[in-house]
Design a protein around this ligand. Sequence first.
Ligand code: GLV
Ligand code: MN
Ligand code: MN
Length: 427
Amino acid sequence: MGQQGDDGSAEAFLRDFAQLSTIGATPRGGVDREAATVRDGMARAWLGGWLASRGFAMRTDAVGNQFGLLDLVPGAPYVLAGSHLDSQPTAGRLDGAYGVVAAAFAAHRVATGVAAGTTRATRNLAVVNWFNEEGSRFGPSMMGSAVFTGRLGLDEALATTDPAGVSVRAALDAIDGRGEQGPLPVAAYAEIHIEQGRELEETGDRIGVVTGTWAARKFRFRVLGEQSHTGSTRMVDRRDALLGASLLVVEARSLADRFADGPLHTAVSQLDVRPNSPVVVASEVRANLDLRSPDPAVLDAAVERVRAVAARVEAEHGVRVELELTHSWDRQDYQDDCVAVSERVCAELGLAARRMLTVAGHDSTNMKDVVPTAMLFVPSREGISHNEREDTAPEDLVAGVDVLTGVVRELVSAPGTPAAWTSPSLG
Ligand code: GLV
Ligand code: MN
Ligand code: MN
């Protein structure tokens, strides 16, 4: 961890981020820190130590969101900046964690400016590590920010179980990850993240200023067949759940090709085959289906087509297909004034900025629905993400911290009486 009172320099950022990346490190240079695991708990403790040693008051709410609060103007609402420390299994080290450490540095730098009298604060400052953004262990993704913004009920989130039957409540309690947080007034939110795509690398722009989200529809599906002998059962007598699921996997891919101009991105990425035994035709398959497009009409048409194919698979293969929509968000814009602030800061720093949409979901996807939200990207090498090889050039990481610092500074010193949205009490 950096020394108390260090200057928040670029070198300090790279050093401290490298230190965080040793927690849950995997042999191929990534991390494995799924939500509320012991390794996630260690990363949370690291962040708590970093912020507390720089004067932030640490709070955790009832769904495990971790806040570092710095009161600059008594009674004023907070400018919140952050992302998530949890990861997918065998993930890259940057997805989420970069944004949290960048926010910690940005807030610390702005606070140093306020203390030195070079920045005049009209709002308070807070850093946040949202609980369970990834949704890999406990669905849905973006869970902590969904509860914070009132989109998902606290009790529903806490009762969610992982594949081993462990609840969010029990997993968080095991890492001492749940606390109490009264209503928090928030004036604005800012987040920086790796792009997870190739657009910035291809155009040579240094910073992505996110103006909106692609829309997403995530389904859980179950294919129900009949367990039988893979050798002796006549082919006409089979009701093969794995065959039914496979047809949907292939359909998801061909759908994306059919709407290539849409564009449409699709995947089935998880299969749970039962009983999953060599000489047994599967009786049941549980799987997920993820569909995304910037064009709501394309997404609606794709969902309709999936339903039609599911009905055909049922009729032709004697199985039952159940489709359940588990998570969705629409094509929506971020606030224009936040885009303008981000572009102004990039211009001041001499960094080429590019307006773009985010394909991936982020906690800012929830936060922009309640407060003005700035969302920034730094380039991802070869667009690789959710992979241990995820990478960004150090000079791009450092430039991103500078931009986030400028954005947080502008938001914290904005003139006028701050309008605020107040979070529900979580605890
Ligand atoms: C994030 O949760 C995503 O699904 O992109
Ligand atoms: Mn992320
Ligand atoms: Mn991710």
